[in-house]
Design a binder for this molecule. Sequence first.
Ligand code: GDP
Length: 396
Amino acid sequence: MGDQPGITRDRLHGAAEYQGRGFELIDTGGIVVDDAEYIPSQILKQARVALDRAEHIIFLVDGRSEITAPDRDLARMLLKLGKPISLAVNKADTGPHESLAHDFYSLGIANIFPVSAEHGIGVDALLEHVTAGFAETPGEERRDAIKVAIIGRPNVGKSTLLNVLTGEDRSIVSPIAGTTRDSVDETIVRDGVSYTFVDTAGIRRKGKTRQMAEKLSVVMARRNIRMADVALVLLDASEGVLALDATIAGYAHEGGRGVIVCVNKWDLIAEGKKTAFERDLRDQLKFLDYAPVLFLSAKTGVGVTRIFKAIREAYESATKRISTGELNRFVESLHFEERRIYYITQASIKPPTFVLFTNRTGPLHFSHIRYLTNQIRKRFGFVGTPIELKTKTKKD
Ligand code: GDP
């Protein structure tokens, strides 16, 4: 892509990892120093920002061609930054590179790596060198992109919201084609966190008839929830909660993923209606009592930015682990007469699932489950995620 210095595009970046060391990779595209004519200053500015933030710079040159004057200018500019630099000589396997080796050394960059991006040759050695000083990401915290599903019935604004969420930040990493042509995920990076919106092609696709669109929205919701860590359940503020909304929200709840309710098209509603709207909504979607409700307008963009924080929080809740020690201190503080609880342990995440060891057989009554769930939430949070309780009998 960076072959033609004159042809530039938005900066690309994404979260990457090499042998347990996580880092962010930024592709500046082609840079030509002091070439205002070809490179709009905006793009140079973006490259500047990237270079300022970088901990290591990889200067990529084509191994089949001779070093040009702009290459030299750029190398000089990069060396002046005083940051670690590696020179990657691409396509070194296919060109008459031997004769050019001397040329590359003359750029003054000591660490030279012949690579073939196409064949993956030499890339390991380069990455090993580049990431050598980077901290290892601890296993638990190693963070892939948070997978997000945008679900809701037709016309609530799913594609409009998707466009704002992915377009606002000019850093779409890449649409990654899934197994089928019509399933495309899009990843963006925001404040160092990657978010992958699953099945974006499906979200943008429209059903031909109303009936078909409605069916499609349910099928998509069920499938996309399974692929996601967090589901955004979109509602249309001007229409309230309809039966189909409740069906889709129900699937989100049963999916056991993080759930955020987004009341879209809030621009159409008069001020001061939030409390009443949320009360009705909570009443109709009782099972989603743990889900935060956000009021927003995908069309005007008002309230949209907050979604990212809500997604992170829901994801953290869904993957949070409470130690057995903490849970036992919690049990001791409980006033639960119904059964004797010996101890509680967290068996899994997504959703957080707790196992209670008690002195009596049989499932707990619904109201007791609710009481205990509420107590766990009161103590440990878990905003944005369902939690599950299971009981087991422990023989004395
Ligand atoms: P989808 O079927 O859920 O993907 O819905 P679309 O994104 O296609 O939106 C359906 C219609 O609602 C379009 O005409 C949008 O312009 C409109 N729309 C989407 N979001 C908003 C919003 O926040 N406010 C208003 N007033 N209209 C919106």
